[in-house]
Design a protein around this ligand. Structure first.
Ligand SMILES: [Zn+2]
Length: 479
């Protein structure tokens, strides 16, 4: 059978610069053997010492991955095109950066593994991985990637280290409180591995800068905790053809997957639309077990390393669900959505959009501003002045009992948000009711609910107990 073998750039120096070789072969095996016979220098780049095809080389017959056919035994017919595809971090051992003596020693426990070897370690050194966020997920994953010898790690974060971060964001320490997370993360990574080149981007990822920041990296790891950035990272990765290693965490549960539109579904195939703002609480609102991001972040780091090395089965097309309380992992199959607006055959999104708007956030901000103008809010100073004048307005604290154990504002009554509907009869309709929670968000939802039940004299305490602690009484604990 007359078939054409298409040679990748990295191998062309061994084929006298030919990018295409005509052979007459009946199987893939046969075609590769003829290539190696004609150009003996190619052999060691394609096959290991046992004569097996190297794991980071993949072969396509037409547009089909041979692994989905009969592997190297796949039969060929006249006119077939056989493409040699090296793995993503530059591929092959061609042009890979050399390791010095110190690096050989440092990575010796990697190098002695046949699946890695010197070549694998060189691929890690050549790899460029971008971590979006140096928070809960970004901490463990960036630390392990640096330790493992990933040559270039980019970090995007514009946040500042806060004491409430330290329960899980182990890349930062006590002395980093008040410092930019990006700086603190950079310092930790350099102290773990001075051979690692860390590039910091101390800015918020946006539609304006995302393509520019992502374009030089091989793999993007999403460690964000908000929907606009998650959709932005997904779309930028699809547009640039890059793998997006996804992870998310909440309380005791986590998720992980690898979204790579060229090989499987993307995040939008899984979740075409974000939940309405306020529906899914963030870690700051809902809490998270401090250890949980360690588990999910390390899964993300593992997937990144596998992609770099081209070994194992990536988490493409699979959603891993982890439940720490049950200590259970479950796996769901993900399919590519043929009507996906960005990775489907007829995309409606062909460039980055306004993700705040897509996630309904300006509307939420506008609605909030409107409420303020409507006089639905009262500040902590106003409330304190009224207390000081001896007034005792009805103030309902809608937080959970365990939150009230941490701190309370005096002269308030606790009715947890979910119980409010059972206590409507006890609430005065002819008197003003002030609603209070931790930050003012939940109490505003309760306010809207009470409005729908016909209550008219309602006020929301702006900033909640956090504002009270900051502006009125610092002895009230923040959490
Ligand atoms: Zn998609």
């Amino acid at each position: 059978m007359a078939v054409r073998l298409l040679v990748p750039t990295a191998l062309q120096r061994y084929t006298a610069n030919q990018d295409e070789i005509q052979v007459s072969a009946s199987t893939v095996d046969d075609a590769l053997a003829q290539l190696a016979e004609r150009h003996p220098d190619v052999r060691k780049h394609l096959f290991n010492d046992e004569g097996q095809l190297r794991q980071y080389v993949n072969i396509y017959v037409g547009s089909e991955d041979m692994r989905s056919l009969q592997g190297t035994q796949t039969s060929l017919k006249d006119g077939d095109e056989v493409t040699i595809v090296p793995s993503i971090a530059g591929g092959l051992d061609d042009g890979l950066p050399p390791l010095n003596k110190d690096e050989m020693l440092r990575y010796s426990r990697h190098i002695i593994m046949p699946e890695l070897g010197v070549e694998g370690q060189q691929k890690l050194k050549a790899a460029k991985v971008l971590c979006i966020g140096a928070g809960g997920l970004g901490s463990p994953l960036a630390m392990y990637l640096a330790a493992a010898g990933v040559g270039t790690i980019g970090i995007v974060d514009f946040d500042v280290v806060d004491v409430t971060n330290l329960q899980r964001q182990i890349i930062h320490g006590q002395e980093d409180i008040g410092r930019p997370k990006m700086e603190s993360a950079k310092e930790t990574l350099k102290s773990i591995n001075p051979f690692c080149n860390v590039i910091g981007f101390e800015e918020a990822l946006s539609s304006e800068n995302a393509l520019e920041i992502l374009k030089d990296f091989d793999i993007v790891i999403d460690g964000t905790d908000n929907f606009p950035t998650r959709y932005l990272v997904n779309d930028a990765c699809v547009l640039l053809g890059k793998p997006n290693v996804y992870g998310s965490i909440f309380r005791f549960e986590g998720q992980a997957s690898v979204f790579w539109a060229e090989k499987g579904p993307c995040y939008r195939c899984l979740y075409p639309e974000p939940p309405p703002p306020g529906m899914v609480p963030s870690c700051a609102e809902g809490g998270v077990l401090g250890i949980l991001p360690g588990n999910i972040g390390v899964i993300q780091a593992t997937e990144a390393v596998k992609l770099i090395l081209g070994i194992g089965e990536p988490l493409i097309g699979r959603l891993l669900l982890y439940n720490a309380l049950r200590m259970q992992y479950r796996e769901l199959k993900l399919r590519k959505d043929p009507s996906c607006p960005i990775c489907g055959p007829n995309p409606t999104i062909t460039e980055l959009i306004d993700y705040q708007e897509f996630c309904g956030i300006p509307q939420a901000a506008a609605a909030e501003a409107a409420k303020q103008e409507d006089g639905l809010e009262i500040t902590v100073t106003e409330l304190n002045d009224r207390f000081n004048r001896g007034e005792r307005p009805v103030v309902i604290d809608v937080r959970e009992p365990y939150e009230a154990e941490i701190a309370v504002i005096p002269n308030t009554r606790l009715i947890p948000m979910n119980e409010v509907p059972n206590h409507l009869g006890e609430l005065p309709r002819d008197q003003e009711i002030i609603l209070q929670c931790r930050s003012g968000k939940r109490s505003m939802q309760v306010l809207e609910y009470l409005q729908s039940q016909g209550f008219t004299k309602l006020k929301n305490l702006k900033g909640g107990i956090l504002a009270w602690s900051e502006e009125i009484d610092p002895s009230v604990s923040q959490y």
